[in-house]
Design a protein around this ligand. Structure first.
Ligand code: HEM
Length: 152
């Protein structure tokens, strides 16, 4: 692999680590820790933490798209092994889920916190939890597909 491809792969993997690792932390560390905290405290905290995390994911998505697109072209574009195309397709699905979470669900949490409508906020946080879990599962499947692609 050329230096440019190694650099792209490094950026690709660093961004994947930020995104998938952050989702593991949110799902398995932050969420259970806050489970017994009152909604008045929990929801503003979730909003502040995810407000920051979603910005990081936005950057990660951009880096994954650019580096992945570059690598895909370098691996032959349309003639690249099919697992790489599957990775790209799963990556796009993850990005659509992220887009829905970022631009539809998260604003609902923000509005609920501002209006102190705790039951509305709790429902939106539950939607967010489900979407993060979906992306977490697809994320690990995608990593598996990436490893599998090495045999081609
Ligand atoms: C637009 C989306 C994406 C495209 C076009 C893309 C494309 C690529 C390409 C061409 C490679 C190089 C394969 C190789 O070195 O043999 C790669 C590596 C990799 N990608 Fe992606 N990718 C995308 C999204 C993702 C996502 C969302 C994940 C994980 C959640 C991911 C995980 C990986 C991993 C772990 C590798 C390293 C594979 C290895 O070197 O064995 N990719 N990607």
């Amino acid at each position: 692999m050329s230096i440019a491809m190694n650099a792209a792969l490094f950026l690709h993997l660093a961004a994947v680590v930020v995104w998938v690792g952050g989702m593991v932390f949110a799902q398995f560390c932050l969420r259970p820790t806050l489970a017994d905290v009152s909604p008045q405290l929990r929801l503003p905290l979730v909003e502040a933490a995810f407000g920051r995390f979603l910005n990081w994911v936005g950057v990660a998505v951009f880096v994954i798209l650019v580096s992945g697109g570059f690598l895909l072209v370098a691996f032959g574009g349309g003639r690249a092994p099919w697992p790489l195309h599957l990775m790209a397709a799963l990556g796009v699905v993850m990005m659509l889920v992220f887009g829905h979470l970022r631009f539809a669900v998260f604003p609902r949490i923000k509005r609920a916190v501002q209006a102190q409508k705790w039951p509305d906020g709790a429902r939106a946080v539950e939607s967010m939890r489900r979407l993060v879990l979906v992306n977490l599962v697809i994320g690990f499947v995608t990593i598996g597909v990436a490893v599998y692609s090495r045999g081609f």
